[in-house]
Design a protein around this ligand. Sequence first.
Ligand code: GLU
Length: 265
Amino acid sequence: MNIIGDLIKRSNKIVVKIGSHTLSDNNGKINMEIMHNIVGQLYDLMQKGKRIIIVSSGAGICGVAAINKWHRKEDINYKQALCAIGQVELMMAYKELFAEYDIHVGQILVSRDDFGDHSRNLHIRNTLFTLVDEGVVPIINENDSVSVDEIKIGDNDTLSALTANLWAADLLILMSDIDGIYDKNPKVNKDAQLIEEIYDIDKLMLRIDTTGKSDFGTGGIITKIYAARSVNEYGIPLVLVNGTKKDILRKIVNGTEKGTVFFGK
Ligand code: GLU
């Protein structure tokens, strides 16, 4: 039985979150080979009739890679300036990669306020529906250059969960640099065991070590678990896979790779 593969096959509306650590190489530069492979896999899913929305991180790291300075600056204005530069680089990469398949992309930048306000909520929703209905792939990120702590969503795991709920997705896939949820941090524990199916998040929290965090991502394990809790409440399953592995979605579908799925109770 291939639970995650079957779930992907059955789902029509899929939100795919791609993390900074998935898109970048060890030096923090954008990894075009991985991005090319991911876009190809998403195109395959679209060819099978699936509708895709991307939530992509990477504005910060792309900004640093583009201008190669300010990465040690702690001031918020420099950080936001880097995101302003990097968001353009990021979108240029997606535009170029999807153009190979004659597909347009559309950028939507949001902050927490946008989800809390009924009218803005409706407008985001309608724009998403219109783009997707017309075969355009929406690419969402937080509006990092204007978001201060008070109005920040803060991490794209949460943003992708908000998006999946708003769009009433069938499935949320988080692409990260780990294979899924382990009972211990797999980067430091060789005997860590992958947990493939999760039905009870409270029980999971008692069982696992949630301190694992990657270098570039804002999230870490805990925001992924919260994202799962949030979408599961709306009946949307969340799948965690290792987006840095070539052909990961294809392999998950044919059962040669594994991930973690959260179904909720
Ligand atoms: N919005 C941030 C960026 O694009 C990333 C947030 C995250 O890593 O979750 O740089």
